[in-house]
Write a protein that binds this ligand. Structure first.
Ligand SMILES: C[S@@+](CC[C@H](N)C(=O)[O-])C[C@H]1O[C@@H](n2cnc3c(N)ncnc32)[C@H](O)[C@@H]1O
Length: 322
């Protein structure tokens, strides 16, 4: 598994990534992979290893489903299906791997299509995707030919999903199994940093924003997406317990408060590029994610969460590091 990272470390050296920090990243990554604490890791790894060898002849990373095709016929689609099913639940997607359609819980393309035209230009840029999940958006970024895309996510299942797709669709990117707060500090090297769907999971959102700032070059741009509530500069919701059945939801600021949080922690030119309420069309139970989903987390008339909080509304803001 560690070998999969070799070419990425070389790529990082080629962009003048600080040598000491590169050593730290390698060490942190290797520690996480050598002693995986997530119990099903060996089953996921075996699923990855047992994926059939098939030559990809065509890819369409720009379509809603990240897609690859092959003209080869000497392989068995049920082997592919069996391996990919071992990596259930697939939360982000969809992916279409040689006609095996991974219908993930989230129709992730809906968010990408809402923001794609308004995010900073990625061509030739050094990009970090914090909390990238299985890398769905990293594949979507390929169309804009960034110089390098690095994802980080502590979830090993999502990382095995990424490597499984990457086996057939070379994104050129890589996901390190790290949380943002465990990264070396003051990297100051990324042109564009994404943090989508992470801030509300952090007990300390201000620290998350400060850590994001410390990854960016001066003048670099942050794309931050999070759950928000209606209200003004003094509004923020801290649920007393669960929010839409999620235990790990902390601060839901208004857009004005989020703007203040960014401006007081190293950012300027804050611009809100999208606000949308999530519906069960975008997030739902499927064959590839069989647990309850948003539909079951709302009240009867779908006007509130099951706990009586405002419906999940997400805002995406772009901000520039001072
Ligand atoms: C709600 S998902 C969002 C995934 C994707 N960014 C998206 O917008 O669809 C949150 C992801 O953030 C990851 N995550 C949670 N805490 C994190 C942290 N402190 N640093 C980096 N990633 C984190 C989780 O493992 C999960 O994959």
């Amino acid at each position: 598994m560690i070998k999969l990272y070799d070419s990425f470390w070389n790529k990082l050296s080629s962009i003048d990534f600080d040598d000491e920090k590169l050593k730290q990243l390698k060490k942190l990554t290797e520690e996480k992979l050598i002693n995986p604490i997530q119990g099903d890791y060996s089953r996921w790894y075996n699923a990855y290893i047992s994926l059939p060898s098939v030559n990809t002849t065509e890819i369409s990373p720009e379509s809603n489903a990240i897609t690859c095709k092959t003209y080869e016929s000497e392989w068995n689609i049920s082997d592919l299906n069996t391996s990919l099913q071992q990596l259930i639940p697939w939360r982000k997607g969809p992916f279409d791997i040689f006609d095996c359609f991974i219908d993930s819980e989230w129709q992730s393309y809906m968010k990408w299509n809402r923001i794609e035209k308004q995010i900073p230009e990625l061509n030739n840029k050094v990009v970090l995707d914090v909390g990238c999940g299985n890398g769905y958006y990293m594949f979507r970024m390929m169309k804009q030919t960034p110089r390098l895309v690095m994802g980080i996510d502590p979830g090993l299942l999502q990382i095995m999903q990424f490597w499984s797709v990457e086996k057939y669709i070379k994104s050129g990117g890589c996901i390190l199994p790290l949380a943002l707060e465990n990264m070396p500090t003051s990297l100051n090297c990324f042109d564009v940093v994404f943090s989508m769907g992470v801030l509300y999971h952090r007990k300390s959102p201000i620290h998350h924003i400060m850590e994001l700032a410390s990854t960016l070059k001066s003048g670099g741009q942050l794309v931050i997406e999070t759950l928000v509530v209606d209200g003004g500069k003094t509004t923020c919701l801290l649920p007393t317990g669960r929010y839409a059945q999620m235990r790990n939801v902390w601060f839901l600021p208004s857009i004005s408060m989020l703007t203040i949080m960014l401006e007081r922690n190293g950012f300027k030119n804050v611009d809100c590029i999208d606000v949308s309420t999530t519906t069960p069309i975008e997030q739902r139970t499927t064959q590839w994610m069989r647990f309850h989903s948003l539909e079951q987390f709302l009240n009867k008339d779908k006007s509130k969460t099951i706990e009586g909080y405002p419906l999940p509304k997400r805002a995406t803001l772009v901000a520039q590091k001072k």
